[in-house]
Write a protein that binds this ligand. Structure first.
Ligand code: IDC
Length: 355
C-alpha cells in the first residue's frame, strides 16, 4: 500500500515536471556568456521588453546574470578590461554593472572624473560582447530629483556616445529612499525627464528605473505608470539575509500587474552588505528569479573584506583578475559556482547532506 502511494506520487511529480518544462517559455535558457564561439551580445543583439520579459532581438525571453562593481570611487580599479574579461570567461558573466555613486564624498557630483570608470566599463563590455548597466547610484541623497541636473547631462552624454550600441542598459536611479521620496512626486517625474533625454539619442536600449524604499516597492509603477515606459524596466533589490518570501511575493505581484523587473543589485548577505553569506536563502531567490526569467547583477567586486565582496580581504590588489580559489571570499566561491551553473538548490541540499 505504502509502495503504491509512493509510486503514484513519483509518477505524478514526474508528469508535473514534464508539463511545467514543456510549458515553460524559459526552458531552454542556457545562460552562457559565450556559446558556439559567439558572445551574448552577438547572440541576443538588441534587447527589448515584451510584456514583462526581457527579450532578445527575435523576441525570445532571456535572463542576463553577472556582477556589479562596488562604488567606482572606492573599488573602481576592478572596472577594467582584465577583470571584466575574467568575469566573462571564468565566471560566465553576461553583464557587468558600473556603480557610479552620485552623492556623498567622492561621488560623481563632487568628482566628475569618475565618469572615466564608467566609460572604461562600457568600452570593455563592448569589446567583450557583454551587456553593461550604467548605474546612476542614487543613495545618500535619497531623492533622485536632487541631482537631476547632473543626471540630465550625464545620460545625454552617455546616450549620445553609446546609444547605437546594443550593449548599454541605463539604470537611472539605483535606490531612491527616505520617507518623503515617493514614486509619484519624485521618482516618476525624474524618470520621465531622464527617459526623454536618453530617447532623443537612443530610441531603443533598455532603461531601468528604481522604486521607492531602496528599490523595494515594485508595485508603485503599476498604479501610476510612466508616460514613456516603452523598453523600460523597474528594479527590485534584495539581500538574501534580510529580504525573503514577502519580497518575492511583491515581485510576483508586480509581474502580475504587468511591471517588468530587472534585479540590478542583490547580495547574499544582510542589507548592510555584511552579516554572513545566506546560502539557502540565496538559492531560493535564484530559483525564483530563474522561474520568472528575471535578470540580475550581484553586489559586488571588491577586496574590502565585507561578506558581500567576492574577493578575499586584500586579494588581487593589482586588479588583474585570473583569481584562484584562495583569492575568493566565501561569497565569491559560492557565486562563481552559481554563475557557472554548477550549483542550485537541489545540488546544494545534497552537498549539505553529504557533509
Ligand atoms: C554598501 C557597500 C559598503 C559601503 C556602503 C556605503 O557594500 O562597503 O560602505 O555601501 O553606503 C545597497 C546599496 C549599496 C550598498 C549595499 C550594501 O545600493 O551601495 O553598498 N546595499 O549595504 N542597497 C542595499 C544594500
Amino acid at each position: 500500500m505504502k509502495k503504491s502511494v509512493m509510486l503514484f506520487a513519483a509518477t505524478f511529480a514526474a508528469a508535473l515536471s514534464f508539463v511545467s518544462c514543456v510549458n515553460s517559455k524559459y526552458a531552454n535558457d542556457t545562460h552562457l556568456a559565450i556559446e558556439d564561439g559567439k558572445t551574448v551580445v552577438e547572440r541576443y543583439g538588441q534587447l527589448q521588453v515584451i510584456g514583462t520579459d526581457l527579450c532578445d532581438q527575435n523576441g525570445n525571453p532571456v535572463q542576463l546574470r553577472g556582477m556589479s562593481s562596488h562604488g567606482l570611487h572606492w573599488y573602481g580599479k576592478y572596472a577594467n578590461k582584465d577583470v571584466i574579461t575574467w568575469l566573462r570567461d571564468d565566471w560566465n558573466c553576461q553583464i557587468w554593472r558600473a556603480a557610479l555613486y552620485t552623492g556623498g564624498q567622492g561621488g560623481y557630483v563632487s568628482n566628475p572624473a569618475l565618469k572615466e570608470r564608467v566609460t572604461d566599463s562600457v568600452e570593455a563590455c563592448i569589446e567583450n560582447g557583454m551587456y553593461v548597466l550604467v548605474d546612476w547610484h542614487v543613495l545618500e541623497e535619497h531623492d533622485p530629483l536632487l541631482y537631476k541636473k547632473y543626471a540630465v547631462e550625464f545620460f545625454d552624454e552617455m546616450s549620445k556616445k553609446y546609444g547605437d550600441k546594443p550593449n548599454v542598459i541605463y539604470e537611472i536611479c539605483n535606490e531612491p529612499n527616505g520617507e518623503k521620496v515617493t514614486w509619484s512626486d519624485n521618482i516618476k517625474p525624474y524618470a520621465e525627464e531622464i527617459i526623454e533625454v536618453i530617447r532623443k539619442n537612443d530610441p531603443d536600449n533598455i532603461i531601468i528605473v528604481g522604486t521607492p524604499v531602496w528599490s523595494s516597492q515594485v508595485m508603485a509603477p503599476s498604479s501610476d505608470p510612466l508616460k514613456n515606459g516603452k523598453n523600460v524596466m523597474y528594479t527590485c533589490h534584495f539581500y538574501a539575509g534580510s529580504h525573503k518570501a514577502e519580497a518575492r511575493k511583491n515581485v510576483a505581484n508586480a509581474l502580475k500587474a504587468g511591471t517588468p523587473i530587472f534585479v540590478t543589485e542583490w547580495g547574499t548577505t544582510q542589507a548592510s552588505g555584511d552579516g554572513g553569506v545566506y546560502e539557502k536563502e540565496t538559492l531560493k531567490w535564484m530559483e525564483f528569479l530563474k522561474a520568472h526569467n528575471i535578470s540580475w547583477a550581484n553586489w559586488s567586486v571588491n577586496n574590502k573584506g565585507e561578506d558581500s565582496g567576492i574577493l578575499a580581504f586584500n586579494a588581487d590588489r593589482e586588479a588583474k583578475g585570473n583569481w584562484k580559489d584562495k583569492d575568493l571570499s566565501k561569497d565569491g566561491k559560492f557565486l562563481r559556482r552559481i554563475l557557472r551553473n554548477e550549483l542550485d538548490m537541489k545540488s546544494w541540499k545534497q552537498e549539505q547532506k553529504n557533509k
